[in-house]
Design a protein around this ligand. Sequence first.
Ligand SMILES: Cc1ncc(COP(=O)(O)O)c(C=O)c1O
Length: 428
Amino acid sequence: MLQRARLLTSSRPLPDFKAVGSNGPWLDTADGRRMLDGSSGLLCSNVGQGSQAVFSRIEKQFSHYTFGGAAVVQPHIQLELMDRLCQAVGRPEDSVALTTCGTLGVEVAVGLARNIVRVRDGKRRGEILTSDLSYHGNSVFTLGVAGNQVRDPRPEDRCGLGPAFPAPYPPTHGHAHEAHGCDASCAGEVARAIDSRGAENVAAVLIEPVNGTTGGAFVPPGGYLRRVSEICRKRNVLVIHDEVLTGLWRTGTPLASRHWDGCEPDLVILSKGLGAGYTGVGAVLVAPELAPLLRHRDADPLPAMGTMATHPLQAAACLGVLDELESMDHGAFAARGERLGASLRSLTGWATVRDVRGIGHLYGVEVTPGLLWPLMQECERRGVFFYPFTGAGHPCSEGLVVAPPLNCGSQDIDCLTSALTDAVAALS
Ligand SMILES: Cc1ncc(COP(=O)(O)O)c(C=O)c1O
């Protein structure tokens, strides 16, 4: 008998079904049912399960050689991946550091940003400013600096770190503009946060361009990210976009920031959509005007990548994921995202659904506090599952993150939305 209690993970009740097979967005369960994955695993299985393109890339690399770190074997396949990735996200001249996961991507980006501003601007301290409705990973640093209420370290353990400014979203900034909600002027909070610390002490603002699982897919007000970029540029503070969750078409564009003008970041971190659940990976992209500073004689040594971060099988899997993403019919894909959004928005007609927001293939369906777990169960009973979010505020906002694989079909989307609508109706 397997012991569930042995698993040291968050307190969320474990799902009741056991998966024994899969096909695209579907999982086959041990009791003969099919479950539709409405969450892309942990917002990462963006091209579904069992991709032949990924399999054949891994198989081919396996037949060549299975391990070779960049320090010992020429990293051909990793360089090929970096090339493809930079082209795919429209930053063809960037330099890249690879890591094994999103958290380490953020950690490496922070180190690189500090190094850059020390060389470029002579900054002595390298503070990193984040918002109070954010998640940037589960290391001691990223938990301390971010604003995830549920995973907040105790004050005595947070090493003096903490979020620096309110995110422009109602759960933590609703009071600011009660009459008209948040808008681009909320970026003024970022300016205040930098100025109160002294720009000479701040290396970077680290921000999720579209909120992920912490608040439940909030989309920033138009002009907000641009204002943040302008504020930072004026003060010689770098902008790092954490696109671990949103990168590679999750929101409909290669990078979520592409929905708006004037907010291209200095550094961007990608992860979930690149490995797509086939491999752990993180990639930090650094803009071409900054990367040379990292090789300056006054710069600190470049980061070691870590044993597994230049793994050739990892690179092969990622190339297969890019093959899948680039071969999608992007017109049909965009239409599916719109259709998904429209169906989900109609759920606000139910009293139990407080709000629906999001973009592309990423939505938050916020429900009346207390209904999240019953709703998850109702959904599971109807053959679909989602990722839960428990956000912020009093009482804490809660709901489902709806984020199916990007290449699932229109019929799958219809299945998902009708199961969710039935589940909401059953609770209303
Ligand atoms: C925005 C964001 N940043 C960083 C991370 C950490 O990534 P990982 O779990 O791969 O370490 C996550 C994970 O959910 C995330 O959503």
